[in-house]
Design a protein around this ligand. Sequence first.
Ligand SMILES: [Zn+2]
Length: 297
Amino acid sequence: MRWLAKILLSAAPKARLVSRSAGASRLNGGLCAMQCAVVCLFVLLAGCRLLPHQLPVTEAHELPVGQLVFHSDFELPRDHRLVRELILERDDICTTLGIPATDEPIHVYLFHNADRYQEYLMRNFPTVPSRRAFFLETDTRLTVYAHWSDRVAEDLRHEIAHGYLHAALPNLPVWIDEGLAEYFEVPRGLGGLNQPHVALLSDSMTQDHWQPNLRRLESLTESGQMNQRDYAESWAWVYFLLHSPPEKRVLLTNYLVDLRASGTAQPISARLAAIKVSPEEPLTKYIATLSDETKTR
Ligand SMILES: [Zn+2]
C-alpha cells in the first residue's frame, strides 16, 4: 500500500504533519521553541512506514490507564502526578467544551531520553526534522510520540489534548485544533492562560502594529502555514471565547456541537457577525488587558 503524505512543518513550538490520502492520517508535532524558519516538505512515503502499529517501537512497559495506553522504554509509575494530570485532562476538556468523553484509546509512546527518541525518529521518519513530540491520527488509531525532558509535561498535555479532541470531534479546523491544544497544554489550575502567548501578541501589537484577523486564521488549512504568532493568536481566540460571557462562549461550544453532529459547521467569524459582533477590536483590548494583568502577577 502506498501512502502520500504531505508533510508541513512549522518551526513554531507546535506543528502538525498532515496526510490527506484516502486513509487519512494527521500528525501534530512539537518542535523546539522559537526557531524561526518554516520548513515545508512534501514527501512521498512508500509502504506502510507511517502506520504506527507497524513501527518498531519499544514496548517494554505498557501502562493502560484511563483512555491512555502508555508504551514506554522505562517504568512509568501509574500514580505519577503527570499521569494523573493527563488522565484528568480529558474531563477538563470535556467539561470546558461541553463535548462527550469517548473511550477510544490514545496510545502514548514515551522514550526515556532524547537520544532514544531521536534514534526512533531517524529510523522511522528519516526525512522529518527533529521534533520534541508529535501526534498521529489514522482512521483507526490515535498515537502520541514523545520523550522525557524538562518540557515533557507541556508536550504531553498538548499532544494528548489533540488525542482527546480528535477522538470526539471530526474535521477540526487547524486553528481551533491548535488553539485548543495551546489552551490545554497550560498546567491545571491556570485556567488555560498561556502567558508566553500573551507577551508575544502584546509585543506584536505595540512593536509591529499587528492586529488579529479571525477570517485569515479560518482560511488556513495546514499547520505548516502557521507561524509562532498564528499559534498564539489561535490560542487567544479560544481563550477569549471561552472566558467571555455566555452568549459568546456558546459560539465556540455550539460550533463544536455542530461539528460533532455533522462534520461541518458555520465558521466562528460568521457566528460572531450574525450577532453583530466585530471581534477583532474586543480581542485587541482583551490581549492588552491580559498583558497588564500578567505583568502585575
Ligand atoms: Zn498541536
